[in-house]
Design a protein around this ligand. Structure first.
Ligand code: FAD
Length: 497
């Protein structure tokens, strides 16, 4: 089909896209959202919408024939297995030096993530978004984002007694014995629901190891928060399994957007064209950067500036496990929702979440995802010969992250007389340094765009997702992505509509 004209088109349904769409819809603008992933609102062959982490299936990965789990082995046994190629929920997107994990579906990363909803410490904000007024963010937009996302913290009394957080209490003990600050981390999981799971009065989700491929209960993804409010406006159309492939100025004004409708096997079923007055790029750091880099290089949007594709970082993600003594069991039952971290940012450049290893058996392992102050930044470029966008990140660029994480775990190991696990990321490998969950940047605020996300070179084109943030947020990123989107869309609605 062709010829449809819409006032506002949003590419992607993650945090940035959902915030923009809700605020536009409430301002009376009918919004069209285009999402390459599925809607994730109907049960699969087992009666559940989402697959479990212990039994990945056709729903788990985006167009792969074999799973690519972040932890690829355990006790020397490889964990990955064959699955049917399907438009599943988690994309493990491979670039030369890094695999970038991303959510695919209506709700974006909120479908697959751990829900850890962390506002950066204010003293670190200047390094996160140097051109943004911190006072406004901390008085208005961070509170608005936290409220909109439904953020809350574990009941500290319950935490002390819950079997499913034994691993976190062991993590706290080891952190404190080595003199590191231990902090509770808020989450969007419904903590009362988790108590009912633990009590056996509600179906298990966090306590059944659900995460990565979706949570069937308990987690407030964007589907339960911003997108529910958006649908209630009646002012939105969402097209799942539709992928934007081009945006270019329309001769009659506005932008011509080309969209491929996908089958669940990943083939193109139809190609559609829409004209939009305003286009919001909210395809995530990688999705937005890839689109803009290609459109700039191939002549659809030649007026974009040279900042497009630059300033990309991995939020310093690095993983590791430690082997505890037999007197420090971490529990056969582990909540998949992390609730705590070790904050050594100021002294050592690392904030380590105490992560679950929900295998269902006692492993005596402590597992951590560290966010570090890694200074390296990569660039997306158009590879004309191969017809794709490349990212020049090098695996060796993780070394600063490893060094920062070691500032915590070398000391804990020496204090406890313990060692690193070497069986989680392949044989004899300590560090999970091949991946990130937190892609950021590629169309950086006040560089590729103005200070509110308006793309330089074109009026009516906006970036409103993690691509705006220059590579690091010092903590888990989605609260900052949401708060920045709230700030920017408020200004855009006030001045550009
Ligand atoms: P996204 O949420 O990535 O949304 C972009 C959407 O656009 C996707 O749905 C995508 O399918 C769609 N899209 C892309 N290209 C196109 C196209 N061409 N056409 C149409 N649609 C397109 N962050 C935290 O703060 N706390 C956590 O606990 C946490 N845990 C995580 C765990 C995992 C396993 C992963 C993968 C991420 C985690 N994150 C976490 C990161 C967080 O989810 C992301 O930072 C966040 O989702 C990014 O938001 P966004 O709006 O920039 O884009």
């Amino acid at each position: 089909s062709g010829g449809a004209h819409v006032p506002a088109l949003v590419i992607g349904t993650g945090y940035g896209g959902s915030v923009a769409a809700l605020r536009l819809a409430r301002a009376g603008v009918h919004v069209h959202m285009i999402e390459m992933g599925m809607s994730w609102d109907a049960p699969g062959s087992d009666g559940k919408i989402f697959a479990n982490t212990t039994t990945p299936d056709y729903r788990s990965f985006w167009l792969r024939t074999k799973t690519k789990q972040p932890l690829c082995s355990f006790l020397g046994f490889p964990l990955d297995k064959d699955v049917p190629r399907y438009t599943g929920i988690l994309d493990a997107e491979d670039f030369g030096g890094i695999t970038v994990y991303q959510g695919r579906g209506v709700g974006g990363g909120s479908l697959v993530n751990g829900g850890m909803a962390v506002t950066p410490r204010r003293e670190n904000f200047g390094a996160v978004l140097p051109t943004v007024n911190a006072e406004e963010m901390y008085s208005t937009y961070y509170p608005r984002a936290n409220a909109g996302l439904g953020v809350s913290s574990v009941d500290p009394a319950w935490f002390e007694s819950a079997d499913c957080y034994r691993y976190a209490r062991v993590g706290r003990k080891h952190a404190q014995r080595s003199g590191f600050p231990f902090v509770f981390v808020p989450d969007v999981y419904d903590w009362d629901y988790m108590k009912r799971e633990a009590a056996g009065t509600a179906p298990r989700s966090a306590l059944a190891g659900e995460i990565l491929y979706g949570n069937n209960y308990g987690k407030k993804s964007l589907q339960q928060t911003y997108l529910a409010q958006l649908r209630a406006t009646g002012n939105v159309t969402i097209s799942p399994l539709h992928k934007v492939t081009s945006v270019a100025p329309s001769p009659g004004g506005g932008y011509t957007v080309v969209i491929d409708q996908l089958t669940t096997g990943g083939a193109t079923a139809a190609t559609k064209t829409v004209t939009a007055d305003k286009v919001f790029f909210a395809a995530g750091s990688v999705g937005t950067s890839k689109l803009l880099t290609r459109l700039r290089a191939t002549g659809a949007l030649p007026g974009l500036n040279d900042e497009i594709g630059r300033g990309w970082g991995d939020n310093g993600n690095v993983m590791c496990g430690r082997a505890n003594h037999m007197w420090d069991p971490t529990g056969a039952l582990q909540s998949s929702i992390p609730c705590s971290g070790i904050d050594n940012w100021a002294a050592g450049g690392a904030f380590a979440e105490v992560a679950p290893l929900p295998t269902g058996i006692e492993t005596y392992a402590s597992f951590y995802l560290s966010i570090t102050k890694n200074p390296n930044r990569a660039r997306f470029t158009w590879n004309a010969a191969a017809g794709r966008v490349d990212l020049d990140w090098q695996t060796a660029w993780k070394q600063p992250s490893i060094d920062m994480a070691k500032s915590i775990f070398d000391r804990i190991n020496s204090k406890e007389g313990t060692i690193y696990r070497t069986d989680l990321f392949g044989l004899h490998k300590i560090w999970g340094d091949h991946l990130t969950y937190h892609p950021l940047g590629g169309a950086v605020l006040d560089k590729a765009t103005d200070n509110y996300g308006r793309l330089r070179g074109y009026s009516g084109l906006y970036v409103i997702d993690g691509a705006l943030i220059p590579g690091n947020t010092s903590v888990n990123p989605f609260v900052t992505i949401t708060a920045l989107a709230e700030r920017n869309i408020e200004r855009i609605i006030a001045t550009d509509l």
